[in-house]
Write a protein that binds this ligand. Structure first.
Ligand SMILES: [Zn+2]
Length: 170
């Protein structure tokens, strides 16, 4: 078993094996598509934070092409609840930092946009992106690219559980 468990107290449990090593495949509307690393089961859940309803989906049903199709149709961002979006954003941050690279809020928001979501929907919850049980370590600051922040300084983070990438001597 490799890779991180989504380390949230309200995170999902695999309906197949009760495992907690669950990964987020994507978020479409109010549905979050999940995958278990232990038994490879895939399923989707509605409103995962408050009273999840799990439904199994066939393996392969949620793929990149389907995500693109929904995004192009404007479905992905239209109905995403803030709670589900925050959960997805946290998972996205963990994913971006999986090789030990430095991650900041701008990186996460850029990736959310790329996947068809509107980061502004996070509202103040965006401040919770890097909060978690000893998940992230602040390693510095950079100026935000976002005009809304008027180039305010934002924190740079690295995951505590990942070795930093090898430095290439220059
Ligand atoms: Zn499982």
């Amino acid at each position: 078993m490799t890779g991180p468990t989504l380390p949230f107290d309200d995170g999902p449990t695999c309906p197949g094996c009760d495992g907690r090593d669950v990964w987020v495949l994507g978020l479409v509307g109010l549905e979050t598509f999940l995958s278990c690393r232990d038994c490879s089961r895939r399923w989707k859940t509605f409103d995962d934070v408050a009273g999840a309803v799990d439904r199994e989906i066939p393996v392969g049903m949620f793929d990149a092409a389907e995500g693109d199709r929904l995004r192009d149709a404007g479905i992905a961002s239209a109905a995403a609840s803030r709670a589900a979006l925050l959960w997805f954003a946290k998972a996205t941050a963990l994913h971006l930092g999986r090789t030990g690279l430095v991650v900041c809020a701008d990186d996460v928001q850029r990736e959310l946009k790329r996947q068809g979501h509107d980061p502004e929907d996070l509202g103040n919850a965006a401040g919770a992106l890097f909060r978690g049980p000893k998940l992230w370590r602040c390693v510095g600051f950079r100026n935000s690219e976002r005009t809304a922040r008027q180039s305010g300084a934002i924190r740079e983070w690295v995951r505590r559980d990942v070795e930093p990438p090898l430095q290439v001597a220059s």
